[in-house]
Design a protein. Sequence first.
Length: 438
Amino acid sequence: MSRIRAAAVGAATLSLALAATACGGGSSSGGGSNDSPKTLTYWASNQGASISVDKKVLQPELDKFEQQTGIKVKLEVIPWSDLLNRILTATTSGQGPDVLNIGNTWSASLQASGALLPWDAKNFEKIGGKDRFVESALGSAGAEGKDPAAVPLYSMSYALYYNKKMFKDAGITKPPATWDEIVAAGKKISKDGKWGLAAEGSNLSNNIHQVFVLAKQHGADWFTADGKPDFTSDGAVKAVKQYVDLMAKDKIIAPGNAEYAQNQSLSDFSKNKTAMVLWQAAASTFKSQGMKDSDYGVVPAPVQSGTPGQGQSVNSMVAGINIAVFKNTKNLDGATKFVKFMTSKEESTLLNKTYGSIPPVKEAQSDPAFNAQATSVLKDTLAKSAAPLPQVADESQFETAVGTAVKELFADAAAGKPVTTESVKAALTKAQQSMPNK
């Protein structure tokens, strides 16, 4: 299951379960014990093409860690469809792994449960220091002003992938850099069963990722400084309307995309049905679907005006996977050693190269593998123009509420119903009213 699709499911689950985890595994301060110093349990997220592939990738590295430390790591790779539910069960029962991977957008919500080890200055010192990590990746590791709840492991960002053949056939000589250029190119392409831009209109988290960025570009945040939802500001309304209008008004997104939630847009791109898609690290998927690297180009995701990727305008959310330690671990020293190992320059380079992601460890980014066409764009975006989703305890409810509002607006657009400023504001008002901290 894709990370994006699973996150949509997880957000809904977490919004219901967070209250029950407020007193979750571990004490309210400090860390666990060292009662089992020779073993660790590790829940890894499914990053590769299958769980068996992940085991083949990770097991040799865990064996290497055992050779270095004498600590045996018991590995379980968990599908994204199950991971958050497993974590929530563990936080309430106190019977979790020692170390685990989490989606970085879950960081603040899981941090609020009190179940994860805080990464204060002392703990960061144990793994080589906080300054080893890219600042934007650390920004998605917990709420602002608090010690991070996890450490960045794999980083990703959004980019614009464009189909070179479809561009050439439409007489388009250069990839778009702004939203106006996206629309202009899309209109040239959108005819005879072909479409300019893809979307996953029923994927709540993908909707959130896009309207979060657009709101930033319109000068808006989705939460106030004290963490309360602010879904109906002018910038937020403009962001949602601009995104849905790509189908409703500009007609460069196929109406059928309103029902997409399982990465069908990537398949359409590979089959020359859709010319552009905004996605995280899609190269390995396109390869598996028969595309050559030379069949498509990769450029920074668009901005409202000017040139993307220069730090002047946010054009991506900070995507990625973090590694965390359960606070009630029975091998605290071993767990921190394992996090240090997994985020070392060598391991960060090897694992991110394997999975097509970007190392959040600064030293590892110097490897030539991360200067290839696709990965260099993702790396530069993370360094210059990506922002973390709101690091508030209600982030998961935000994904559910606003993601659903966008989904319903896409459904209206697909049915030919008008999508107006008033209807967008009404949908976002309803979303805000459903929030616990409204």
